[in-house]
Design a protein around this ligand. Sequence first.
Ligand SMILES: CC(C)(COP(=O)(O)OP(=O)(O)OC[C@H]1O[C@@H](n2cnc3c(N)ncnc32)[C@H](O)[C@@H]1OP(=O)(O)O)[C@@H](O)C(=O)NCCC(=O)NCCS
Length: 186
Amino acid sequence: MFASALTPAAELRPLETWHAAEFAAHLDRAREHIRPWVGPSFVTTDLAGATATLVRYAEQTARDGARIYGIWSEGTLVGGVMFVEFSAAAGTCEVGCWLEPGAEGQGLITLASRAILRWAFEERGIHRAEWRCRADNARSSAVAQRLGMTFEGVAREAWKVGDTFYDKQVWSLLTGDFAAGTSSPV
Ligand SMILES: CC(C)(COP(=O)(O)OP(=O)(O)OC[C@H]1O[C@@H](n2cnc3c(N)ncnc32)[C@H](O)[C@@H]1OP(=O)(O)O)[C@@H](O)C(=O)NCCC(=O)NCCS
């Protein structure tokens, strides 16, 4: 099966509907850690919810839209990266990510994001990749920066969590930036 090595212990693979039970178990470890920072529809609480997320991605992938990839570390699903949006026709995509707390601090998301960005730019002809995060999500902004993305600005109070509206940062990487190797070396 397809797998891309990120480190000697970790690999990136498509996250598919048949992984639903594994994904649900992973979300039990990740849920409260990711809840403030990701879209509410991603933070499901049971197997049916985890399955629905993977089915939603599979349907969009079938239309050459959004895609989701898991990161397995020593055989355990610990997080992943996704194309929240992907349009070859428009030449644009948006990358997202998440990890369970024990997998932070190892560079897994930077490596995985770079792998899917390479595919988007070099194989699919994507011109512009975006990264959007809550303005107070320092770890997410740090990934965008590590990827060599340019900070474009803040969409004011564009991120709703519960009853609170947070500012949202927008970062981007263009195909020329990527080809020029502006991503910092890992
Ligand atoms: C955002 C999130 C995925 C970032 O995770 P992360 O572990 O900080 O990011 P990476 O996997 O790229 O790892 C970077 C860290 O590993 C270190 N590192 C070790 N080896 C590395 C390598 N080869 N390459 C890059 N960084 C490496 C970096 O120095 C950095 O450590 P630091 O935090 O002490 O500075 C994580 O904090 C998370 O899941 N948060 C909740 C959900 C969320 O916010 N999702 C994003 C929504 S926009």
